[in-house]
Design a protein around this ligand. Sequence first.
Ligand code: 16G
Length: 240
Amino acid sequence: MINKNSPLPIYYQLEEQIKSLIEKGELKPGDVIPSEREYAEKYEISRMTVRQAINKLVNDGYLYRKKGSGTFVSEKKIEQALQGLTSFTEDMKARGMIPTSELLHFEMIPATVQIAKELQINEHSPVYEIKRIRLADGVPMALETNHISANLVKGLTEEIISQSLYQYIEEKLKLTIGEATQEIESSISSLTEANYLKVKKGAPILLIRRKTYLSDGTPLEVVQSSYRADRYKFIINMKR
Ligand code: 16G
């Protein structure tokens, strides 16, 4: 299965081979993969080469290492289509997963110059600052910080934001959420983010900024989220 005469590097061939076993389901989430030594002996290649392939798959989130017990196949990444404007709660429910939130911070603060500009409100107007860990089936997926004008979204409580913000806005306040713009950037987790997301410091994350508007064009929220890049993948459908 490894062709030493191929112009493709050996580590790359091994990497593709393991990846294809995972994609075909022959290696399942939680399965342990053979050791470096086993691969090296089987294909008569160096352990360094095997390590290079495995490191790449670990970095790309296909595999993870557990000290003292080996290298395992990761859970499949959550695929999030960037089509409709949905909430975290809706996204997880649509996948049959249970969304929960851990509330880290909830406070009414005077808008800073930057937030006021983004929400098109006066400086020092009251805004809610909300920081939540968003979990799916109990596993932390993202760390999210929202800023919302308190004059627009009235009556927020800890109980409401421990559930769904969008549901409250639409069903209780009867406001119509219209559209959003979203930016996605790659980054690595800080120590704080790593602790909340239960990953290692420096683990890859996807930094997302969303600005959402009501259907009449009023800015509704400015949100910054750090998503675990080992668990999340965003998909865009393009038509020509
Ligand atoms: C998503 C949105 C966030 C929104 C939240 C509402 C992204 C990047 N962000 O997490 O902007 O505030 O959903 O969720 O998708 P909720 O209704 O479950 O509280």
